[in-house]
Design a protein around this ligand. Structure first.
Ligand SMILES: [Zn+2]
Ligand SMILES: [Zn+2]
Length: 387
């Protein structure tokens, strides 16, 4: 694999970083050990500036190139998941109940590898801003860092990020112009009825039947209200109610998730959910209330930056190992907040067969760390070449 030779030399060191990070998985904004370890490595690497305290445990590290130019933002997420680890590796999580099940230990490592190379060689113009971000899995650390002004403070003009992808060949790099990941929203419907004896339904306002009706009607948003060629998922994922076979309960609860790529489609779904919930309140004589939570926006790659990034990927891993028009995914990602503000590109790096991310047996493949680091390094060198 034609990765940058100098970065191939760091493979052992990157493995050490990654496996140490794997032992100390931390959640959301609260990453004291992780951020301290990353800081220690950045200081050893000798980055020019280190700015801490964004989104609690986030950091921005600056590496100056040779001469004036733009500041390129490269982002790694650092947080883990509340999943008990089942990998059996000898560097398993020492934090019971938490594990790096989404490969963010590897993303952090790939960015550290790029930082080491770029600090050592500085074969680029302008600057690099390394964005080490907490809380990708929940809360949206990216949005917090943006609201704290990192893009303006450090004059970041373009942004890039990588995510590991099990199930794709090891080292394959995959992206697409335009939308690559969906907007991720959730909805909660609380139904207040009037419970009573199961044998005397006429004395009740049955929330069970109402819940069934609402869940069925929600299916028609995709099948009847939406243009067939646009992408949309509306899934009812929970219905909770009742406690005994001879009791009609007072209440019922429904929730679910909505995945969209388009603000108009998202608005249509919200409007239809409101209408369905309101209409069913009347027809089933219950009091149903919708609580709709807008989550991460869609992750939308800039067309030119995606084409450029794919070209850099081809240089690093070869033509046959790059897919530059992959189908959009219905999962979500908070790098979307960065891509709403700045042009850039989000890419996947294949790590071979194995359990999917968010599985208790998932483990980042250390073999791809030099690939990701080389991609970041060559991206920076080619965006603003010296001389
Ligand atoms: Zn994840
Ligand atoms: Zn992830």
């Amino acid at each position: 694999m034609p990765i940058v030779n100098r970065i191939a030399d760091y493979a052992g060191e990157m493995r050490t970083w990654r496996q140490h990070l794997h032992t100390i998985p931390e959640l959301a904004l609260d990453l004291p050990k992780t951020s301290a370890y990353v800081k220690e490595q950045l200081q050893a690497i000798g980055v020019d500036e280190l700015h801490e305290g964004f989104a609690t445990c986030g950091m921005i590290a600056i590496i100056n190139g040779q001469g004036a130019g733009e500041t390129i933002g490269l982002r790694a997420d650092m947080d883990a998941l509340p999943i008990p680890e089942e990998t059996g590796v000898d560097y398993s999580s020492t934090h019971a109940g938490n594990m790096h099940a989404c490969g963010h230990d590897g993303h952090t490592t790939m960015l550290l590898g790029a930082a080491k190379y770029l600090t050592e060689t500085r074969n680029f113009k302008g600057r690099v801003a390394l964005i080490f971000q907490p809380a990708e899995e929940a809360i949206g650390g990216a949005e917090i860092m943006i609201n704290e002004g990192v893009l303006e403070t450090f004059d970041i003009s373009q942004v890039y990020a990588l995510h590991t992808a099990p199930g794709f060949p090891e080292g394959q790099i995959v992206t697409t112009p335009g939308p690559i990941m969906a907007a991720v929203d959730e909805f909660h419907i609380n139904i207040q009825g009037l419970g009573g004896h199961g044998a005397l339904p006429h004395e009740t306002q049955d929330p069970v039947v109402a819940a069934c009706g609402i869940a069925q009607a929600i299916q028609t948003i995709v099948s009847r209200n939406h243009f067939a060629l646009d992408d949309l998922v509306v899934s009812v994922t929970q219905i909770h109610t009742g406690s005994a076979d001879n009791v009609i309960p007072d209440t019922a609860y429904i929730n679910g998730t909505v995945r969209t790529f388009d603000k108009e489609v998202q608005a249509m779904v919200i409007r239809r959910l409101e209408e369905i919930v309101k209409g069913h309140s009347v027809s089933y004589n219950v009091d149903a209330v919708l609580n709709y939570e807008v989550g991460y926006p869609p992750t939308i790659n800039n067309h030119d930056k995606a084409a450029f990034a794919a070209d850099v990927a081809r240089e690093v891993v070869g033509d046959a190992m790059v897919i530059d028009d992959y189908e959009r995914q219905m999962g979500g990602e908070d790098f979307s907040f960065f891509l709403e503000k700045r042009p850039g590109c989000y890419l996947f790096v294949g790590q071979g067969e194995g359990p999917s991310v968010h599985h208790p047996k998932f483990n980042f493949n250390d073999e791809i760390s030099p690939v990701g680091a080389s991609f970041f390094a060559r991206l920076v060198e080619r965006l603003q070449p010296v001389g």
